[in-house]
Design a protein around this ligand. Structure first.
Ligand code: SF4
Length: 70
């Protein structure tokens, strides 16, 4: 679904680590990430070697940053 999970989690981690969602939120919107396209198919769960609940964390990120309306 063309979802750049590593980049999205990098932005999410920056927001949490620096306790500042504003700057990564701007990057998130300008980069045009479309988390809404996630179908929760689970393919990334099968391939992730770190047992991260990727679809759930993507939803967390979407809640933090909102959609792509700029
Ligand atoms: S569950 Fe994972 S592989 Fe499936 S659409 Fe969402 S991000 Fe992509």
């Amino acid at each position: 679904m063309n979802i750049d999970v590593p980049r999205i989690f990098e932005l999410y981690n920056d927001a949490v680590m620096y306790d500042d969602p504003d700057t990564p939120s701007v990057c998130f919107r300008k980069e045009g990430h479309q988390i809404e396209n996630c179908t929760e198919c689970g393919l990334c769960l099968q391939r992730c070697g770190m047992s991260i609940a990727i679809p759930e964390r993507l939803r967390d990120t979407l809640r933090m940053f909102g959609g792509n309306e700029v």
